[in-house]
Each structure stands twice: as C-alpha cells, then as structure tokens.
Design a protein around this ligand. Structure first.
Ligand SMILES: Nc1ncnc2c1ncn2[C@@H]1O[C@H](COP(=O)(O)OP(=O)(O)O)[C@@H](O)[C@H]1O
Ligand SMILES: [Mg+2]
Length: 249
C-alpha cells in the first residue's frame, strides 16, 4: 500500500469540499478519480500534497503519517503532482523549470545532477528539442508536458496528475496516455484526476468517484461507469454524462 487517505475532511468556511473521504492506492496502481466540477478532486490532491491540512482525518504514505506536512516535505517523501492550471515560470527556460523541480524532489541533488535529471525527463516527455526555449513560449500541449516533466524530475514514487489531458487534441491525448503507461511501467504509482472518460477507463486499475466532496462509488472501470449513483451524478451535466457513456462503451 503506497497511500491511505482515512476519513479526510476539508472545509472552506461553510463549504464542505471533502466529506470524510477514504481511499487507498496500491503500489504500482493507477487510480482514476472522477466526479463533476466542484466535486473536490483538486482539493483531494491539495490535502495529500500538503497545500492544505485537512480538519479531520489522516494521510499515510507507505504507512507513515504525512498529514499536514508542508508541500516541500511531502515532495521529499516521494509524492509529486501536476497542476490543473499550468503556470510554468515563463521567464525561465524549459530546462530551468524542470531543474527547479529536480532540486525539490525526493533526492537532494546538486544543481549539476538536477540539470542532468532535467535533460533525461525532458527527453522522456518529448521536449528535448525545446529545452532552451522560454517556458512562456510553449503551446498548451507542450506546457502540459513540461508540467509532467517537472513532476517526474522529483523522482516520485507516487504521482498525482490533475487533468493532464485537458485541452489536448486527440493525437496529443494518445501520446500523453502512452507516457502515463510508461511512467507506471517504471514502478510509479499514479492517481489521475481526469474528465476524459475513455482515457480514465482505459488507464485506471480502479476508479474512485467523488460528488459534493463525498465518495459515491469505487471499483473497476466497468463497475463504476454503470453505477447508478455515478450516472445520476453526471446527469446534471449532459456533456459529462455523454463522456461517461462513451467511456463505458
Ligand atoms: N481555496 C479555496 N477556498 C474556498 N473554496 C475552495 C477553495 N478551493 C476549492 N474550493 C471549493 O471547494 C469545492 C471543490 O473544489 P475543487 O476541489 O477544485 O473541485 P474539482 O477539482 O473537483 O472541480 C468547490 O466548491 C470550490 O469552489
Ligand atoms: Mg479540479
């Protein structure tokens, strides 16, 4: 077991963003997290990686309590994330952005070693030809890959992906899907928040469904996509319902 989230609640004033959420991730597993907009998916990542401390509950990483640790300490333990809204340091080069990630990762690297790691992960995500460009000059798909490279440079054991497929064209989506598979094949456990249903269903070993901060279903992609509560949660959002149906087809 790499991660256990136990009865975690996070409130913003009167708003309950996470309502006693519990989940587990096995070593080497891809757990998909789905749910309508505002369900609490990004907040879940924010409490796992220490952006927010939950008001209640525990987060255990490989059995150790990491609840409430600040993000840089969580990163040192081996958890890296990507952000739904990608904001690279636009005035730095692509390589410099990734080198910064490497410096804050699991290993305490010298700048020289961090730059080597940066080259390696940039090649892995297909940005080798862009290393010297200013990050601000990249297009959307390239910025997503840069965000992934920055997280990978931290050498995580657990990678949290927040909608890395959003805004990509079908070609870019399949490239990203194959990158995610290769990352998992290297032994990294993954939690992926994703709206693109066919991708979540294809990639995930298990899927966890949040609605209004609470778990409404959990199980294999097949079980989850036909779960009555899941279908119901998506009915308020016809586009999402359609994607859900496509995913289960
Ligand atoms: N920092 C914050 N302050 C106040 N409310 C927040 C904050 N972050 C998230 N929320 C609220 O918590 C709920 C869940 O948000 P979020 O986790 O971003 O949902 P999702 O990622 O599933 O779309 C939403 O109602 C959102 O407005
Ligand atoms: Mg979100």
């Amino acid at each position: 077991m790499i991660l256990q989230v136990q009865n975690v609640s996070k409130r913003f004033g009167g708003l309950v963003a996470l309502d006693s959420v519990s989940l587990e991730v096995q070593e080497g597993e891809i757990l998909g997290v789905i749910g309508p907009n505002g369900a609490g998916k990004t907040t879940l990542f924010n409490v796992i990686n220490g952006v927010y401390a939950p008001q209640e509950g525990l987060i255990l990483f490989r059995g150790e309590n990491i609840t409430g640790l600040p993000p840089f300490k969580v990163a040192r333990r081996g958890i890296a994330r990507t952000h739904q809204i990608v904001r690279p340091l636009g005035e730095l080069s692509v390589k410099e952005n990734v080198t910064v990630g490497a410096c804050f990762g699991r290993e305490n690297l010298s700048l020289k070693a961090a730059a080597r790691v940066a080259d390696e992960v940039l090649a892995f995500v297909g940005l080798a030809a862009k290393t010297d460009l200013l990050a601000g000059k990249l297009n959307v798909a390239e910025k997503k890959r840069l965000e992934l490279a920055r997280a990978l440079a931290m050498r995580p054991a657990l990678l949290l992906l927040d909608e890395v497929l959003a805004g990509l064209n079908p070609n870019e989506v399949s490239e990203m899907i194959s990158s995610i598979r290769r990352i998992r094949d290297q032994g990294v456990s993954i939690i992926m928040i994703e709206h693109l249903m066919h991708a979540v269903m294809k990639l995930s070993d298990r899927v966890f469904v949040l609605d209004h901060g609470a778990q409404i279903a959990e199980g294999t992609p097949e079980v989850v996509s036909s779960h009555p509560k899941v279908v119901e949660a998506y009915l308020g959002d016809p586009q999402a319902a359609l994607r859900l149906l496509e995913g289960s087809a």
